[in-house]
Design a binder for this molecule. Structure first.
Ligand code: GLY
Length: 378
């Protein structure tokens, strides 16, 4: 984390996965280099841009023009903005659009958007013609620090989030930090939850730095690029050693077990964005860890205060709308978590700030009692 802040120059982080290794290029204005980068990696290819209607309004014309300028023929598949596009219906539509545009092996998909578009476009790329290459061009903070890196692609099921998908790595990630200038502040805050997650799970010094500098990260400039680069380096290192989430990669799910359940209970709606759910889930994971005597209450309170100062929900009543399902229904949602193994819940808890660990030793009764208490607070 301690590498000095860099000003202006792009930063490259490599995800080391043998012959499937790829670069994450991070910096202001990098969209302008997308065409040249793709033409270098896949000379003569065509590209299909998968995007959503909101991102298209801001960035589609510029993306088409940099690709065309590099001699790349472009088609576009557009879906509505929002989590509801991560569905079978829109997945089918995107696959059909790619086939109609005659995207072949040797061509590629450019996923231009936030986590929804990245997951949907990446999953379509994974299955169309049994796999075509794809490039992630993340346009939200959440996608730049987390979802565009590491090859998790998916759509949602009525049984829960991201339950239908594939591990399928992109060949390049281009994170143009200038694209975040058009991001609504609430979306930026949601992405910040996934940024601070890297400090909380494994890098106490990064948490300290964020605690001192988060306002600069929100304001933009070198602090923002630094935070994105540190996050991508942390994620790249974890993915390189555990691509398919059999061990360490589960640490990246800090805050996600509780978070996904609340997100599902809120109907994957604007009531609670994914990053907000992760913020809430991390606050609950720290509180739960403190109750178990794993971490001091002072440290847990410090983390919760940081999340709250950054504008993230840290308790259930901070989420608008109230009216949560029963504890049994919440437990049912938790039991659909992808980390559940032979029926046993898997939790990411903490022994300190920056010291997360994976445990299967949390009984359902303990979780049920904790949730019952949280849901009853008015
Ligand atoms: N977002 C968690 C992971 O990529 O593993």
């Amino acid at each position: 984390m301690t590498a000095p802040l860099r000003t202006g120059e792009p930063i490259t982080v490599n995800v080391a996965l043998g012959d499937r290794s790829y670069d994450i290029a991070i910096g202001r204005g990098l969209l302008a280099t997308l065409g040249a980068r793709i033409a270098r990696l896949r000379p003569g290819c065509k590209a299909a841009i998968v995007t959503d209607e909101t991102v298209a309004r801001h960035h589609l014309a510029a993306t088409e023009s940099v690709l065309t300028a590099a001699g790349i023929a472009v088609s576009t598949a557009k879906v509505p903005a929002g989590e509801s596009s991560k569905s079978f219906r829109f997945f089918e539509r995107v696959c059909d659009d790619l086939l109609a545009a005659r995207i072949e092996r040797g061509d590629l998909v450019v996923a231009l958007g936030g986590g929804v578009v990245g997951d949907l476009g990446g999953f379509a790329a994974a299955v169309v013609r049994r796999g075509v290459d794809y490039v992630q061009v993340p346009t939200t903070l959440l996608a730049q620090v987390d979802s565009s890196v590491g090859g998790k692609t998916a759509i949602n099921s009525s049984h829960g989030k991201n339950l239908i998908g594939a591990f399928y790595q992109p060949i390049l990630v281009v994170a143009d930090t200038a694209l975040l200038d058009t991001l609504p502040e609430r979306q930026f805050r949601a992405g910040y939850a996934e940024t601070v997650k890297y400090g909380l799970l494994g890098d106490a010094a990064f948490f300290e730095w964020l605690d001192a500098n988060w306002r600069e990260v929100f304001a933009g400039g070198p602090a923002r690029e630094h935070a994105i680069a540190v996050s991508c380096r942390a994620k790249a290192a974890i993915v390189a050693r555990d691509e398919r989430e059999t061990g360490d990669r589960m640490l990246l799910n800090l805050g996600h077990t509780f978070g996904h359940a609340f997100e599902a209970a809120a109907g994957f709606s604007d009531r609670l964005f994914h990053g907000e759910a992760v913020g809430l889930g991390m606050a609950l994971a720290f509180e739960f860890s403190a109750r178990r005597g794993l971490i001091s209450k002072a440290d847990a309170d410090r983390v919760i205060a940081h999340l709250a100062a950054a504008g993230l929900p840290t308790h259930v009543k901070a989420v608008p709308g109230g009216n949560w399902p029963t504890v049994d229904a919440m437990m049912n949602l938790i039991s659909q978590d992808k980390k559940v193994k032979r029926g046993q819940l898997t939790f990411i808890l903490v022994r300190g700030i920056g010291q997360a660990f994976v445990t299967r030793e949390v009984g359902p009764d303990e979780v049920r009692a904790f949730l019952a208490e949280k849901l009853s607070v008015r």
